[in-house]
Design a binder for this molecule. Structure first.
Ligand code: FAD
Length: 385
């Protein structure tokens, strides 16, 4: 059995790792010529880390992970702490530490684990056809590759999604834009083992530690889609939107090297429940493009990979049935995370301003129990429960 994987992001590399682990032949094709991850870092929650452990790269990801021991919320304008508590109950309750990881490090590690020589870069799939004998991908240069199955991990703007569904679907703008990047860790901003979030005015700013004494930061602000802000002007935009926020936030903005921050409009996709058509299956953002508000998009792709590779290994004699079982096993779980993230995003970003104000008041009386129950609620439900 030969499987063609389209896309070498978290989804494509992790499914390839899972298949290799089971001795299944896999070819990965990736449209870009050089890997340049969008976004600075990612929080890998326990469910995602358990998948990486299973895929054989647990030690490598632990070495890249930041040590995140505390969670704090602070008032955006005064800087006053609203709540601050240890995250140990999340790690203990789920049986696994979570790690924020710089994306470039994670991506390089996953590609290395899969074997860079197994990834064909500069290979953009432009068409897919399938029949009883196999599936054929056609590339932008006119060449073709045939395989028994094709796994499309081609991201949020997947072209393969339309092949699987038989029609196109549109993602929708959540209403906010995210600016993210990396700065040197600085205790004058917040504790170097803290995940701290400043909230107010339906916006937020947060930092998390990643390896190499760095902070991953992000800012969310409600703004129309389609603004053309050149990369070198992103820090100016942050100053104009967040310039009156508390001193640690100003320190953070000052620490950003102009031209290094990523500005990402946040779009998501209504859950879809058809992920498979014959010999073709969707995986990762191609199947469930989500807002990052609960940090579960990449973790969900890792869960897909563990489940799908396990089913294909168990049903080598009937791989099409394995794909159908994969769809049955994964769509509900992924949909639940997409909808939770959307709901969280609405509260954070003031869709109902009174609900957002109520959340700020709640944070001021929080002892950690409610917030941690929410995090654990997102984590449980994957292949390792
Ligand atoms: P992608 O990473 O998009 O990879 C798709 C790959 O396919 C790309 O390399 C692309 O070049 C390639 N490709 C596309 N089309 C073709 C084609 N036609 N031919 C060949 N190759 C093709 N998730 C978390 O778990 N935790 C977080 O904290 C978190 N934070 C986030 C913060 C932000 C701001 C954003 C935007 C997302 C965040 N996510 C997070 C979500 C996470 O980044 C994604 O879910 C994850 O990267 C999806 O991986 P993927 O492999 O499915 O898609």
């Amino acid at each position: 059995m030969k499987i063609l994987v389209v896309g070498a992001g978290i989804g494509g590399t992790s499914i390839a790792l899972g298949l290799q682990r089971h001795g299944i032949e896999v070819e990965i094709v990736e449209q870009v010529r050089e890997n340049k991850p969008v976004g600075a870092a990612i929080s890998l929650w326990s469910n995602g880390i358990k998948c990486l452990n299973y895929l054989g790269v647990g030690e490598q990801v632990a070495a890249l992970g930041g040590r995140m021991d505390h969670l704090s919320y602070a008032d955006a304008l005064t800087g006053e702490t609203l709540c601050d508590f240890p995250l140990a109950p999340v790690h203990e309750g789920t049986g696994q530490r979570s790690y924020p990881v710089a994306r470039a490090d994670l991506q390089a590690m996953l590609m290395e684990a899969v074997g860079v020589e197994n990834i064909r870069f500069g290979a953009k799939v432009v068409d897919i056809t399938q029949d009883d004998d196999g599936v054929t991908a056609t590339f932008a240069d006119g060449s073709t590759t045939t395989a028994d199955l094709l796994i499309a991990a081609d991201g949020a703007r997947s072209r393969t999604r339309a092949h699987v569904l038989g029609h196109d679907v549109e993602r929708s703008y959540t209403g906010y834009t995210n600016v993210n990047g990396l700065v040197p860790a600085d205790p004058a901003i917040t504790g170097t083992t803290h995940w701290t979030t400043w909230v107010g005015e339906n916006r937020r700013c947060a930092v998390m530690p990643v390896a190499g004494d760095r902070f991953y930061f992000w800012f969310d602000h409600v703004t129309p889609a389609g603004a053309d802000v050149p990369r070198e002007k992103v820090v100016d935009e942050l100053r104009s939107v967040f310039g009156h926020w508390a001193p640690p936030v100003q320190k953070l903005i000052d620490a950003i090297e102009p031209g290094t921050a990523n500005r990402v409009e946040i779009w998501d996709l209504d859950p879809i429940h058809t992920w498979v058509r014959g010999r073709v299956a969707l995986l990762g953002d191609a199947a469930h493009s989500t807002a990052p508000d609960i940090g579960q998009g990449g973790c969900s792709a890792l869960e897909d990979s563990v489940v799908l590779s396990g089913l294909l290994a168990a049903h080598r004699d009937d791989p099409l049935a394995a794909l159908t079982r994969y769809q049955a096993a994964r769509t509900e779980r992924a949909a639940e995370l997409v909808l939770k993230a959307r709901k969280r995003s609405a509260v954070t970003h003031g869709h109902d301003p009174e609900a957002t104000q109520a959340w700020y008041r709640e944070l001021a009386t929080e002892d950690g129990t409610g917030v941690m129950a929410g995090i654990v609620g997102n984590i449980v439900g994957g292949p390792f429960a």
